[in-house]
Design a protein around this ligand. Structure first.
Ligand SMILES: C[S@@+](CC[C@H](N)C(=O)[O-])C[C@H]1O[C@@H](n2cnc3c(N)ncnc32)[C@H](O)[C@@H]1O
Length: 633
């Protein structure tokens, strides 16, 4: 039985360096000698693609190396489940995670790598005081707990980035780089990322994204008109817009969804000649591009002659024109002797419109609308608590419509969730089009400027808003949704909180080794629940945090079946030697009944056994029944 420890590669968030090396090895096995990369060989294999110049083009800043390192350092944290703060815990597939997004992104690497269809983020714009970052990177989890007031602080303060720090843009880049790097790993190959930003960091973000996603995957810069009236008090220009940078993971396979046509556009399609093919809109038949077969004379039904106007060409050959006319696809005007035009039937054109780069507030909302929306769902006693940077749900719905489909369980991730418009948009869009999109929101429990009675942090605000939106949608009386079909329309979310691992790290007290050794017999923290440990296992083994879990009592012990037999876990604190056989046979029988397609891992608590003989017995019985992969914690 292999014991899993906190130092064990299997119990940490994945070692990204090791995975990178493995991938490199698969492509270039010749470039490895004795497990080390031979750069000379690698250079030869890459031929002319190696950048040899000393001054390379690209984005460089002080601390970039450390920021890269930060993305590669595994997390020693975990995510603790909070069913009491969740909605529809048992059935939902949505997640709301409270914690520092860098650690959370690390923890999600194994379970969600390549699983996210759309990432939207609205990071702090770096306007002076709007972002906080840990002061020391030595122990991020400890530091995080201190920063968020969850353990006694040894005096560390939450720092905000001020111009006075002298490292203004550098700090922002150091904060963004590792997060974007890790986020990219989570994207599906046909996924995309949308990032809100303003002029403060637009240039840096664009170059950072070029580096992380590749300039060839740049899709568009959207201009969002965020205010509905100009600010006449502005010193220079009234800033009326924000940007949304759009990148695809692999642009060649990314397909944006078409947006629904506006009612105004639909109304432009009419049917003045009662065509049985339905409403149509006419378009010009001539174009400026040279076309050798596009020069001829045509006659209207009344015999009036038309040639291609000077400098233009008919878009079709003469033969094709006659065919179209015969098929009643040429419109000669009400009088039947006007300039010919082509009829385009609404039933035959694309089922929607391609997204444009200019998003007006009439279509996607403005900041004032966003604030009013927030006030509708969260009752603030202190108006200072309404975040300035909130985005309207209509904006997020537009992004969700472009980046996801209603037919699949597309996963949407927002790791700067703020007041939660992304969760709101996913709920609302699914309610409208019957979609099954899911979301993961991540938000730091950053204290509100003036803590409210029930809502003390921004993470509380996120939960409160999406809880109220869920309630409203579930109760909405339009007949489409009600409490009975919640399982169909997933309006729930599971709450998790970032914490230190449930597994004690090996941290010996060299002056008192006997006590250290005694304590390490039970290396699971004693203040953690079975459920805490179960979810840590899911993360370590790369399973979805919303995977179905069921329980059964076998030989008087609770056994958890996770993912229809993928993982069988018994975390009982004591397993008497006399019960070992009964328990092992019961687990083997359940495994047989479940008949999972892949390999099953069986996990026990290491300290539950009276001695090594009991452990060996249990492992042997399970192995006789085909359960080879038996672990202890
Ligand atoms: C610009 S706001 C997002 C606003 C959001 N789009 C909305 O409409 O409400 C950025 C958010 O990121 C959060 N944040 C900043 N640093 C974070 C971190 N390290 N981990 C998680 N969240 C963080 C802030 O608390 C803030 O709520």
């Amino acid at each position: 039985m292999k014991k899993l420890t906190a130092e064990d590669a299997e119990t940490r968030s994945p070692d990204v360096v090791a995975e990178n090396v493995e991938q490199l090895k698969t492509i270039f096995p010749e470039a490895f000698t004795e497990e080390k990369v031979d750069f000379e060989v690698l250079k030869q294999l890459l031929g002319g693609m190696v950048e040899e110049r000393e001054e390379k083009y690209g984005l460089n800043w002080h601390g970039k190396r450390r920021a890269r390192q930060l993305a590669l350092t595994p997390s020693t944290g975990t995510l603790r489940p909070c069913p009491e703060e969740s909605v529809d815990w048992d059935t939902t597939k949505n997640l709301m995670i409270e914690g520092d997004n860098l650690e959370v992104l690390k923890l999600l690497q194994k379970s969600y790598s390549g699983k996210v269809k759309l990432i939207y983020i609205d990071p702090p714009y770096n306007t002076g005081n709007d972002f906080i970052y840990p002061d020391n990177f030595q122990d991020n989890i400890k530091n995080y707990l201190e920063l968020t007031g969850q353990v006694d602080s040894a005096g560390n303060k939450i720092s905000s980035n001020t111009e006075a720090s002298g490292r203004f843009h550098t700090d922002w880049l150091n904060m963004m780089y590792p997060r974007l790097k890790l986020a990219r790993n989570l994207l599906q190959d046909d996924g995309s990322v949308f990032i809100s930003i303003d002029d403060n960091e637009f240039d840096n973000l664009r170059r950072l994204c070029d580096e992380i996603f590749g300039p060839e995957n740049f899709v568009a810069t959207v201009i969002w008109q965020k205010v509905f009236s100009p600010k006449n008090t502005a010193s220079y220009f009234s800033e009326d817009h924000d940007y949304i940078l759009v990148y695809a993971k692999r642009k060649e396979i990314w397909e944006p969804q078409l947006l629904p046509r506006s009612e105004e556009t639909i109304a432009r399609y009419t049917n003045p000649d009662d065509d049985p093919r339905g409403p149509w809109l006419s378009g010009a038949l001539q174009a400026r591009n040279y076309y050798s077969k596009g020069q001829y004379e045509v006659a209207s039904p009344s015999g009036k002659k038309f040639s291609n106007p000077k400098g233009t060409y008919w878009r079709f050959s003469y033969e094709r024109f006659l065919d179209l006319d015969k098929d009643k696809r040429i419109w000669w005007g009400e009088s039947k002797d006007g300039v010919p035009r082509l009829k385009r039937f609404i039933s035959e054109v694309k089922s929607g419109v391609v997204p444009q780069t200019l998003w007006k507030y009439e279509d996607v909302g403005h900041t004032q609308e966003a604030k009013e929306e927030l006030l509708k769902y969260v009752d603030f006693e202190n108006s200072e608590n309404v975040l300035n940077s909130v985005k309207p749900t209509r904006l997020l719905r537009n992004i969700v419509r472009i980046g996801t489909s209603s037919d699949t369980e597309d996963l949407v991730l927002d790791f700067f969730a703020g007041s939660g418009p992304t969760g709101h948009a996913v709920f609302a869009q699914n309610a409208e089009d019957g979609g099954r999109r899911r979301f993961i929101l991540v938000q730091l429990p950053e204290p509100l400027p003036i803590p409210e009675k029930l809502v003390r942090t921004i993470a509380d605000l996120t939960k409160s808003r999406i809880r109220n939106v869920s309630k409203e949608l579930a109760e909405s009386s339009n007949g489409k949704l009600n409490l009975d079909n919640r399982a169909v329309a997933d309006l729930g979310f599971r709450v998790f909180k970032l914490a230190s691992s449930n597994i004690r790290a090996w941290d010996p007290n060299r002056d008192d080794l006997p006590t250290t050794l005694h304590d390490s017999i039970e290396h699971l923290k004693t203040d953690r629940t079975e459920q805490d440990i179960l979810f840590e296992l899911l993360l370590k083994l790369g399973l979805d945090l919303t995977i179905p879990i069921e329980q059964k009592s076998i030989a008087g012990k609770t056994v958890h079946n996770i993912g229809a037999g993928t993982l069988l876990v018994c975390l009982a604190e004591k397993i008497a030697s006399a019960k070992v056989e009964l328990l092992a046979l019961g687990i083997a029988a359940w495994h047989k009944e479940l008949a999972p397609a892949g390999e099953t891992t069986v996990v026990f608590r290491d300290s539950a056994f009276a001695d090594d003989v009991a452990k060996t017995n249990l492992t042997a019985i399970l192995q006789q029944h085909g359960l080879e992969n038996v672990r202890s914690l």
